[in-house]
Design a protein around this ligand. Sequence first.
Ligand code: ARG
Length: 580
Amino acid sequence: MKNHISSLVLASLEQLKTKADCAISDDIASKIRIDRTKDKAHGDFATNVAMILAKPLGKNPRELATLIVENLPQDDRISKTEIAGPGFINFFVNTSFAAKQLQDMLQDDRLNIAQVSQPQNIVVDYSAPNVAKEMAVHHIRSTVIGDAVVRVLEFLGHNVIRANHVGDWGTQFGMLIAYLEKCENESGSGMDLSDFEAFYREAKRCYDEDEAFAVKARSYVVRLQGGDQYCHDMWQKLVTMTMEQNQLIYDRLNVTLSQKDVMGESLYNDMLPQVVEDLMQKGIAVEDQGAIVVYLDEFKNKDGEKLGNIVRKSDGGYLYTTTDIACVKYRVDHFKANRLMYFIDSRQHQHLEAAWQIARLAGYLPEGVSIEHDAFGMMLGKDGKPFKTRTGGTVKLKDLLDEAEKRVSAMLDERGGIYTEDERKQVVHDIAIGAVKYADLSKNRLTDYIFDWEQMLAFEGNTAPYLQYAYSRIQAIFRKTEQQPGEIIIGTEQEEDLANKLLSFADAVNSVAAKAMPHLLCTYLYELSGTFMRFYESCPVLKAGVDEQTCRSRLALCALTSKVLKQGLGLLGINVMEKM
Ligand code: ARG
């Protein structure tokens, strides 16, 4: 509620700013303080902002307070405002309005979160692993963060197109095809094709050490690019094998990607010659020593010379950038996209900016279409260095999830058994996956984050287990009583705090959609749990002496809190459990 009132005051001040005699400075938002009143006779909240601002403006504080009040936006959550003393503004909260809204929320499957009136076509580029390679850490981040945002956008009613820009093209495929062929010929070689690390490494070793192999590999690249059936089939096998493996991971991670979302780099192959032709015709690209290059004003080296972006090499080959230019065109034309989102490692920022700028110049990216790099930082080990295995290799996602489950299983052993065999398996999975995902989701994606087992599995702090536990504790209340939730009446300060927090769920969800930042929802859920705990400690629900009306009202607040927790975690792709 404080935030809400503060935003009302800010809106009023913005209004005043437009008036001639009110030169209010721009950094005003930080100066607005909203306090709870000590005496209910003075309303529920108060601010001294008029007193702080009056002097620099050369105004009388009470006069300014009157102006602020007059310009407050109309708001149903406030029943009355008053000016008191030297220039305080007091706010009276309309608790019956809040109660009515909470009641509606509790009744509604969508918790009263409206669907957007104008759904957009939003293409979300996320996950994007590479064929015949283990998913690396930046793919995990992209997968988990992208999927949470996708869920939120869909929940709000947008038409979301999941675009898994799989790295399925490039000269390395000659070597991979040759090696796959070798493995197939020597079946029984014991080569485990599901171990991409080893597969790739061995292919590379053959390429480097065996001249005949290398010659063959190079010829396969040419044949593959020329559309040769055999090479295409072998290539397809590699793609399928990789994506089948990755699908197991997606399913295990409770990520909504499926095979139909694969739109790999190769999808754009046919467009590339035309795109380059078009860029040349429009005078955007020029020939430079046999290659086709675009020089952009925005990208200069330290001597002020424009940097070239090659779109076609002198040997006729195309590049990652060329594909991303074509990709923009495809997403705009084919999907009629209004918004293009890319969940990609921040290190690829310049690459994306260049590709998009070229697409803009070429007219592939119309004015009204928004395009955004929803970048994220690195995942670091506890030592602050990039997250690696002890021997310095990439950590396989599968191993990471196995370890998470092992740790959770041990934790549950310590706490004593409350589950059946089947329940236990599910719970271990839900806690482990929830913890790993939440650890990533709860941090501002723009910064690097430190992967820390103890922190993410703790039952205290801003973690998934803490929120899951908060949920299951509320479920336990309902197992202890026959009483049903009833009409909500907001009496105490803690009930009011909880009510206000519950009412800002929609804001949290909407901000994730607007900013592509799932941590905003995590922070909200964490704060909600804290607010709930404070309510629960000071407002007895089932204790003797609590009258039925109060009990049922509080049960309704409990029910709604658990509903919001479940929905909120659900939007992050995290499950809750009834018992914990
Ligand atoms: N496969 C790429 C990588 O592993 C990520 C692709 C991201 N998407 C894109 N449209 N470039 O880094």
